[in-house]
Design a protein around this ligand. Structure first.
Ligand code: PLP
Length: 380
């Protein structure tokens, strides 16, 4: 009989990626049948699934069990995008009058959600360096938002210390949300480090092939249930076809992350020696114990002012200038025009975001070709 992998003991990541959630599969295939129907006949009103918007088909259950197993969480919810996942968590758990601490310079879309949407619902979001959170907490501080590897500076963070400090300062009251998009569960499991909720833009490394927009939340049973019940009334769960595609993409997550990490490190090491580079943002030797499988493929490079970065990307042979990341092929973007576009120029400058800054997503090519490409394109 097939083992039940629908729990936290699904084995090591490489094993969990092949088997977790498998007991939910419908049909006799090695791969679960796609539950395409929007609705399902039932004689028992408590029976599931009945309606696919409620997100409880076998395709959802297999995927969510897999996500929970990889993050060592109790449960997970798959959403139609990373942004849908984020707003489901914040709308479900916040009330007007609450205060939220957010990592300064977090992903631009989340930044926009906090400033343009949550603010209209009476929630105050304070952006501040994570090191200062403990002294900024207030009696109404309810949630705190951080990234395990930051966007766009690719800075790995000490998630354990940050969560511990902000929890201690609030007697455990604050709910910490860790956006793990740049790391994926293979590189970092924030729940094991003290975070309460993991947010993944599964569009990125989890799916890994740049062909599905999707997101996920992983947490303990109680938090997932609260969020799921409210999110059902808002809509925004992932459709079944995309569940199946995401699951297929995830089968190779382990091998992909190993290759992204090896290539990312080799790229960063070479860029540090390149004369037209001022600074390379990649990894942190002091945090290697929290990222034992490496720092992934995201690497941000500040080029010398003599380099026209837009022209460089245009003349590159292999690297496409696109705002998304974490696909199998190497891509790059200028955060000034993409992720941080909505921020005022003065704010961008204060944070060190200039037109010389290029965020690379190093793919699965032979990295020597990518390095040669960047050197040639920037030396033109
Ligand atoms: N979090 C991070 C760090 C991201 O980079 C993104 C998207 O780029 C998101 C969240 C939002 O995810 P999605 O685009 O899947 O809605």
């Amino acid at each position: 009989m097939a083992q039940d992998f629908n729990d936290k003991n699904a084995g090591n990541d490489a094993t969990a990626l092949q088997h977790a959630g498998g007991n939910f599969r419908v049909g006799r295939g090695l791969v679960g049948a796609l539950e395409q129907s929007v609705t399902f006949e039932t004689s028992d009103p408590t029976d599931f699934p009945v309606y696919a918007r409620l997100g409880n088909t076998a395709n959802h259950q297999e995927l969510e069990a897999m996500l929970a197993a990889l993050h060592h969480g109790d449960d997970a919810i798959a959403f139609a995008s990373g942004m849908a996942a984020a707003n489901a968590a914040y709308f479900a758990l916040l009330q007007p009058g609450d205060h939220v601490l957010a990592q300064e310079n977090c992903y631009g879309g989340i930044h926009g959600f906090f400033t343009s949407v949550l603010s209209r619902w009476g929630v105050e979001v304070e952006f501040a360096p994570v090191e200062t959170w403990a002294r900024r907490v207030r009696p109404n501080t309810r949630m705190a938002h951080l990234e395990s590897i930051t966007n766009p500076f690719c800075k790995p963070q000490d998630v354990a210390r940050i969560c511990h400090d902000v929890k201690s300062a609030t007697q455990g009251r604050v709910i910490t949300v860790c956006d793990n998009t740049f790391a994926s569960p293979v590189l970092c499991k924030p729940l094991n480090l003290g975070a309460d909720i993991v947010l993944e833009s599964a569009t990125k490394y989890l799916n890994g092939h740049s062909d599905v927009i999707c997101g996920a939340l992983i947490a303990n049973k109680e938090l997932v249930e609260t969020i799921r019940n409210q999110a059902r009334l808002i809509g925004g769960f992932l459709n079944t076809t995309s569940c199946a595609m995401l699951l297929r993409g995830m089968r190779t997550l382990g091998v992909r992350m190993a290759a992204h990490s090896a290539n990312g490190r080799a790229f960063a090491d070479t860029m540090r020696e390149f004369k037209l580079v001022r600074r390379v943002h990649y990894g942190d030797p002091a945090l290697e114990r929290f990222f034992p499988a490496g720092f992934g493929g995201m690497c941000t490079v500040e080029f010398d002012p003599s380099v026209d970065t837009v022209a460089m990307l245009q003349s590159s042979k292999f690297i496409k200038n696109v705002p998304s990341l974490a696909g199998t092929e190497t891509t790059a973007t200028l955060p000034w025009w993409s992720t941080n576009r909505m921020q005022p120029d003065e704010e961008k400058k204060r944070l060190g975001i200039s037109l010389q800054l290029v965020r690379f997503s190093i793919g699965l090519e032979d990295v020597r070709d990518i390095i040669a490409d960047v050197i040639a394109a920037s030396s033109n």
